[in-house]
Design a binder for this molecule. Structure first.
Ligand code: NAD
Ligand code: TDX
Length: 335
């Protein structure tokens, strides 16, 4: 099987490439990534030199580049490539629409032209908007995105759905909540708080800190996508979540405790505009229909993650200093 992974130099994509090469050593994996600020080839050092892995630097919005790639033969596409950070989408929505909507449509066209056997769109529960104190997101929850990021992801999802309905493209959409684990860019809550706490810097908690996210260890997300590739019923949406709802302040306190740092580092700052209050996933469908089960509990996953950031300081300090981009520039030229 030949798998085209888009955005494979990012957080989840790189974990997925490493996971799939381990689970399915006979599969060929092509990673296409334009290496934005979030793309880091250093994440993939452990698979460099594997004859079944290759990297192509290209933008998913580039029609010719995607056509050239697909023309070499692709069985399955897993689309991770996206602008992924909500705060950035508030500052510069245009690039979110370009990559997350237009990029998805360019990929869908190529997938249709070259008759791929599966197109998996990796989406997010943020397309469902926000929950109140009770209830969970199911696959039937209406899409009511609140940020430019989630609106652009919803736009991509709707195109994926439309290519199934109109052209019969064999698609699945997966929607999960906040991932955590190795190689997450240190702008996201958990790695940001770890890196700042280690430097004894103030930890900016938005609003009252009581917003809730439903945390999923990245490897459990990868195993769910692997299952969807092989067992997902075409046209279906699958929500992925491990029943790990936590308030943001609980997360920050856990980081402080694990690192032996004082609560006085917590600084409440102005809330994020349009900040969703609560996410919670109902994973009944993927559990009952595909037999998916997460391996990690939040308690073990968060400890392993904090330990990983302690053991890999060089990885995130190189990101903070911009050094990591030099490696890619040397190999593939600057953007
Ligand atoms: P990330 O920002 O770490 O990585 C995104 C990757 O996509 C980067 O390597 C970047 O270089 C690449 N990319 C961006 N624009 C591109 C373009 N135009 N062409 C080619 N490559 C491009 O993101 P992530 O956290 O790994 O998220 C991956 C996917 O999973 C995204 O689609 C995101 O919406 C979704 N998702 C993420 C989470 C989460 O908690 N991180 C949760 C649910 C869903
Ligand atoms: O400095 C901060 N302080 C703070 O209180 C940051 C960066 C975040 N927060 C809060 C905002 C959120 O309630 O922490 C929570 C998590 O924030 P992010 O890490 O920015 O994630 P979130 O906005 O929930 O979105 C993430 O999960 C869903 C990913 O970035 C998305 O790509 C994914 O779709």
């Amino acid at each position: 099987m030949k798998l085209l992974v888009t955005g494979g130099a990012g957080f989840i994509g790189s974990n997925f490439v490493i996971y799939m090469l381990k689970q399915h050593p006979e599969y060929k994996i092509v990673n296409v990534d334009s290496l934005t600020y979030a793309g880091n080839l250093e994440n993939l050092k452990s698979v460099e030199g594997n004859p079944n892995y290759s990297f192509v630097k290209a933008d998913i919005t580039d029609v010719q580049a995607m056509d050239a790639l697909f023309s070499q033969g692709v069985d399955v596409v897993v689309n991770f490539a996206a602008e992924s950070h909500v705060d950035r989408s508030i500052l510069e929505p245009d690039v979110f629409v370009k990559t997350n909507v237009l990029g998805t449509q360019v990929l869908l066209d190529a997938a249709k032209k070259y008759s791929v056997t599966k197109f998996v769109q990796v989406s997010t529960d943020e397309v469902y908007g926000t929950l109140g104190a009770t209830g969970l997101f199911t696959e039937e929850t209406p899409l009511t995105p609140n940020s430019p990021y989630s609106a652009s992801k919803a736009g991509g999802d709707l195109l994926v759905r439309a290519y199934h309905e109109t052209f019969g493209l064999p698609v699945n959409i997966t929607r999960c909540s906040n991932n955590y684990g190795p190689y997450q860019f240190p702008e996201k809550l958990i790695p940001l708080m770890i890196s700042r706490a280690l430097a004894d810097q103030a930890l900016p908690v938005y609003g009252d800190g009581l917003n809730i996210r439903d945390w999923l260890y990245v490897e459990d997300h990868c195993s769910a996508i692997d299952l969807v590739i092989h067992e997902g019923v075409n046209g279906e949406v699958y929500n992925i979540g491990g029943n790990n709802e936590r308030t943001n302040v609980h997360i920050v306190n856990t980081v402080l405790q694990e690192l032996g740092k004082p609560d006085s580092l917590i600084t409440y700052v102005q809330d994020r505009p349009g900040h969703d209050r609560r996410y919670g996933i109902d994973p009944t469908k993927i559990t009952n229909e595909l037999g998916w089960k997460p391996k990690h509990t939040f308690e073990t996953g968060i400890k392993e993650t904090i330990q990983w950031y302690l053991n890999n300081r060089e990885w995130w300090t190189r990101i903070q200093s911009g050094e990591y981009q030099k490696y890619a520039e040397l190999q593939y030229g600057s953007r």
